[in-house]
Design a binder for this molecule. Structure first.
Ligand code: ADP
Ligand code: ADP
Length: 233
């Protein structure tokens, strides 16, 4: 059975102005180790779907099953990178990366070496003791990728992680991402992560993923596209 199963999912926000229907009957199955890009026009519900998979928002109909268990709250198995890096500004970069350990009642000290390794991997080895405010937007975004990976989750959700960055930083981030993704694939015994990547860039989607999923505005049908595989560096 699929690793992530999205079964007739509905989601309605209760806004001050009244209910806002964000998802209507979404069905999608994702296999273990698949890298899926999710594209679609602004407002079609991509962010909402990711938040629901991460357990940050309850679905109002249907269900989402991750590794055999229905999603009812955030779980360590799922790491998420948001559109903008949301970091606690009074904490060091290192302590921000370690945040998920506290949320799940684990000992931060047990993950300190891994945090340093991850920061090195994204070129932030010298910034562990800095505050987020001393880092550029792109650097903060790389730090949030480390935070998403700190518990070594088998599932990584990325919501337009490069959306707010300028073109040059975007290119750098892409290379970083490829490196980290590659790292997961080649490290011995390690399983490839299952990734859902929301992006506005079709070339980025085709370049990075095994499958591009196109979400249309409500009614929330999704169409699946197998991308032309572009050569990877
Ligand atoms: P996206 O780029 O994913 O479409 P938006 O810019 O639409 O994101 O939304 C930014 C923030 O505002 C998000 O936290 C989202 O939940 C919230 N938001 C979006 N639309 C509404 C709305 N109609 N009412 C209240 N909050 C909203
Ligand atoms: P996308 O990520 O594809 O741009 P979103 O998931 O952000 O789409 O939004 C889907 C719909 O839900 C939009 O109509 C948006 O305005 C609405 N929405 C998003 N966040 C909120 C929120 N916090 N409160 C109310 N409505 C929201």
């Amino acid at each position: 059975s699929p690793f992530i199963e999205i079964d007739d999912v509905h989601m309605v926000y209760q806004a001050e102005s009244g209910p806002v229907e964000a998802l209507r009957g979404i069905n999608l199955s994702i296999n273990r180790g698949e890298f899926v890009s999710l594209v679609g026009p602004s407002g079609c519900g991509k962010s909402t779907l990711l938040r629901c998979i991460a357990g940050l928002r309850p679905v109002t109909g249907g269900r989402i099953v991750v590794d055999g268990a229905p999603v009812v709250k955030p779980i360590p198995k799922v790491g998420m990178v948001f559109q903008t890096a949301i970091m606690l500004k009074w904490r060091t970069v290192l302590d921000n990366v370690l945040l998920p350990t506290e949320l799940y009642g684990l000992k931060p000290a047990d993950f300190r070496d891994r945090a340093h390794d991850l920061l090195k991997l994204v070129g932030l080895g010298d910034f562990a003791k800095k505050r987020p405010g001393e880092l550029s937007g792109g650097m903060q975004q790389r730090a949030s990728l480390c935070r998403a990976l700190i518990l070594d989750p088998p599932i990584l959700l990325m919501d337009e992680p490069f959306g707010a960055l300028d073109a040059m930083t975007r290119d750098e981030m892409n290379l970083e991402l490829l490196r980290i993704w590659g790292e997961q694939r080649i490290s011995e015994g390690a399983e490839r992560k299952t990734v859902i990547f929301v992006t506005h860039s079709i070339p980025e989607a085709c370049f990075l993923s095994d499958r591009v999923v196109v979400m249309s505005p409500r009614p929330g049908r999704v169409a699946s596209i197998k991308p032309v595989q572009l050569p990877r560096p």
